[in-house]
Structure formats: C-alpha cells, structure tokens
Ligand binder design. Structure first.
Ligand code: SAM
Length: 290
C-alpha cells in the first residue's frame, strides 16, 4: 500500500494550461426542463456549462461522443443537443430509464442529433457499443473509489447543511440518493476500493483505448477528495492508470469549482478544505497510434 502511494507521488501532471470558471448549474441550469426532476438533485452530475464547453471544444458536429460512466447522461444528452451523436453507458438501470425521458424531450429541440443509451458494465465497453466503434472522442467523469461508502455521510452532511442554514433538500434528496448508487455490486466501481477499484478502472480504460479512433482524445474530469480525513489524489491516480493503458497525457486544465458547491461547504465545515479541493482537473489524453 505504502509503495503504491509513494509511486503516485512520482506521477507528474503537466502545468495547467487554463483555468475555467463557470457558475453553478444546480438542477442542470438551462437544461432543467430536459432532465427529469428525479435527476435534479443527483450530487455527482457534471456542471452543464462545463459539459457543453467540453463537447464543443473536443468534438465536431456529427461526431460520436462517448461517456462510459454516463450517470445522469449529462454529456451524451448535451452532445446530442449540440448536433453530435452522444453515446452513454451506465450501470444503474434507473439512470438509463430517466435518460430515455430526457432524450424524448431533447428530440423536440431543433438541431438535436442523437443520444444512444446503453445499460451495462463499461468493463465490457467494446462489446456493448461494438456497432459504433470507433468513437471520435471520450468525455467522462469516472466513479470515485469507495464513493458509496459515503452514503451514510450523506445523511450526516444533510444534517450539517441544515445547521448551516441551508435547505439540504435543495442539494440532496436522501430518498433518491439510494437509487443513485444502485444495487450493491462490485460491477459498480463506485462501490469498491483499493486494488479492486484500480483493476476495474484499468479494465475500462483498456476498453476505452479499443473503442477510440487513432489519435483520438479521452477527456477525464476528476476532483481530488477526502476519505477518512485523508486527501485522495484522484487526479494522479487517473493519470497513472491511463498511462498504463497506453494513453499519453496532452493537456491539463482546471475548472474552479463554484464556491457554492455542496462539497466545498462540507469540506470547509470539516476544516478539510484546501487548495487541492478548489478545482476539478480536466485531464486530456491521446490514444497513441501504432
Ligand atoms: C461520477 S458519476 C458520472 C456523472 C455524470 N458525468 C453526470 O453528469 O451525471 C459516475 C457514474 O459511473 C457509473 N458506473 C460505475 N461503475 C460503472 C461500470 N462498471 N460501468 C458503467 N457505469 C458505471 C456510476 O453508476 C455513476 O453513475
């Protein structure tokens, strides 16, 4: 374990080339009427300004934009709305069901191209999306190691927010949080930790390599986190695992997490907030051809 953590310290990220700042998009911002209300309070969804920015920056109209960890399908739906073919794979059935509702609504918008919804385990990505290989770009935010262990914390966090004068319902629908994490299953990488998590992520990354076009880009959005009072450098871990999967890092961009973010309040309250938690890291990798 120690050896592994030591090794991570030797992973170097390029100096950030840019810092992005967008306002918070609680309840999906301008896309609120597209996504069903059951998804509005999903705490791990991507900021929709950021999702749209990444889609526009890294893909062209009609291209295939894949998210192997689709969650609320924020990226594949926005990709569809921007004239791309969004493809999402997600392991929790309810997310896929609600994504179907979002797609039906998005379809009525001028310029919508397509969003393909796949229920499945991205460790079998190349089989699941085989008729769409190669995809032009991958944009994703992966599950966090042991994320679901924090499920009980969610209830404590809600209590804390209430003390701070916030309405926790605004952020977390506790009853809904249960389905957000799906059934306890080692197939959901958010339920597992340590070696098993790293092994699962590596498998998905090697599948990402298989389905991506040569010289195509894979964009991973990740933030560092606190577990058991300790800082987890998820950015370094992703860079390390992607390198093992033959991807080359070509850019590093920061997204300043809006100060109203729930995570920031929670970490500040616990006295754990630090500069490492101020940003989401956008790591851009290239599939080396040959
Ligand atoms: C951080 S969330 C993605 C959030 C998404 N960007 C959004 O805007 O909603 C990661 C997602 O990966 C899903 N996931 C975990 N393991 C998976 C697997 N093996 N295959 C596919 N999806 C998986 C989780 O259920 C979760 O919804």
């Amino acid at each position: 374990m120690t050896r592994y953590v030591e090794f991570l310290k030797s992973v170097k990220l390029p100096e950030p080339s840019d810092i992005l700042r967008f306002p918070e998009t609680r309840q999906f911002g301008r896309y609120r009427s597209i996504f069903p209300h059951e998804l509005w309070y999903f705490p791990a969804k991507m900021n929709t300004y950021l999702a749209r920015y990444l889609v526009l920056r890294y893909s062209k109209p009609d291209e295939k934009v894949l998210d192997p960890f689709a969650g609320a399908f924020t990226i594949p739906i926005i990709a569809g709305l921007e004239g791309r073919i969004g493809i999402g794979v997600e392991i929790v059935p309810d997310f896929c069901m609600y994504a179907g509702v979002a797609k039906d609504r998005a379809r009525k918008t001028l310029g919508f191209k397509d969003t393909l919804i796949y229920l499945g385990d991205s460790r079998q990505l190349s089989t699941i999306i085989k008729e769409h290989i190669p995809v032009d770009v991958i944009i994703t935010s992966p599950p966090y190691e042991g994320q679901v262990d924090d499920k009980r914390d969610l209830e404590r966090d809600a209590a804390r927010l209430r003390v701070m004068g916030y309405d926790p319902k605004e952020y977390i629908r506790l009853t809904q949080a249960k389905w957000h994490y799906g059934e306890r299953s080692s197939r959901n990488l958010g339920w597992i930790t340590g070696r098993n998590y790293r092994k699962g992520m590596r498998k998905v990354m090697s599948e990402m390599w298989k389905v991506l076009k040569d010289d195509g880009l894979a964009v991973i959005v990740i933030k560092n986190s606190i577990r058991g009072g300790e800082l987890y450098r998820n950015d370094l871990l992703m860079a390390y695992l992607m390198k093992l999967s033959k991807f080359e890092i070509v850019d590093h961009i920061l997204f300043e997490i809006p100060s109203t973010s729930i995570w920031r309040h929670i970490w500040e309250k616990r006295g754990l907030f630090s500069v490492d938690l101020k940003y989401e890291h956008i790591l851009v990798f290239k599939k080396k051809s040959g």
